[in-house]
Ligand binder design. Sequence first.
Ligand code: DI6
Ligand code: FE
Length: 397
Amino acid sequence: MLLTNAQIVTLQSDDNFGLIADGAIAVEDQNIAWVGPAKEVPGRHLNDETHDIAGRLVTPALIDCHTHVVFGGNRAAEFEQRLNGASYEEVAKAGGGIVSTVTATRASSPEALLADALTRVDALIGEGVCLIEVKSGYGLDHETELKMLRVARQIAQARPIEVKTSFLGAHAVPAEWKNKPDAYIDKVCIPALRAAHAEGLVDAVDGFCEGIAFDATQISRIFDVAVELGLPVKLHAEQLSNFGGTKLAAKYGALSADHLEYATEEDAIAMAKAGTVATVLPGAFYTLRETQAPPIQAFRDHGVPMALATDCNPGSSPLISALLTMNMACTLFRMTPLEALLGMTAHAATALGAEKRGRIVAGAAADLCIWDAAHPAELAYRIGFNPLHSRIFKGSL
Ligand code: DI6
Ligand code: FE
């Protein structure tokens, strides 16, 4: 296949988005075989099946590198209670909060979990997303953690999308292990991780390093098992306080540290040295009405790549839009439209250890978006508007 008459946002350089004004892309066997100016198309591609895309904009497909799209129920009632004056603690005592999602997820059949997750995945696909990460972490028992990860794998069978899974057994201490976080890690979390890995269900290991969840010592015991199993790690770090997660993540050479509102310049330096991506999550910042933004300038100054993601979850970020995430990153965090697009493409790919994704370059996967837009800044600029014309997944329109 040969795409012609395209404005190609290659992201091969930061200079004007790496734009090729009148370009062509040749696709062969699910990969990009050639990209360049229209008048330089090599002779071997001139007889390919040609699609004139009428001057539209082409970007790499979007990547959502931090989601919790598999979960039971929702928390709209809790949202309402809080708007009527209930505190987060009161809601939790009344059976709300993360515990209610754990209860609903345990009670849901795999079929129901999948059907529910697909409603969210379809919305992301409709905006040009071709790769998502999906975490466990609402099971918090052996059986349900594995059930969530099997459902996450099934998403990629049910829809034209690629899925990377992260084991997040260390998301919260479940009610039955209250005040016994270490026992929970030893008796539930680590055995579930080993079993999930043995079943081929785990691409990375994640944790929630926070006062209300697990400390760095507890997370490091899980990360040690990840290292033993040859799995990369990532971490929810510095979301509500500076709790040492970023330095821990850097020490383990994590793919990414995520949230990072309370990270410091020193944390940014540690991440730069370790090659750890900073994944920022404006949906959670917005929903929790946080006022301290992540240290974006420190990430820039020290050359830490910034990824962006929805953090789609029923509690702190019921956000199911990659485009709105990009807009929020610009408006709330003062990221530029180029940084937002890199955050949803090339840097998101790095945060997932996904090679050959996120830039339009020969040899990369042919996962592309065609937009009814004239300039790449338009993607982050509008609020609640989707200019996607079509999506190419693994070389197929
Ligand atoms: N950070 C968050 O903001 C969510 N998980 C996490 O590690 C909260 C999840 C929830 O409230 O259900
Ligand atoms: Fe999260």
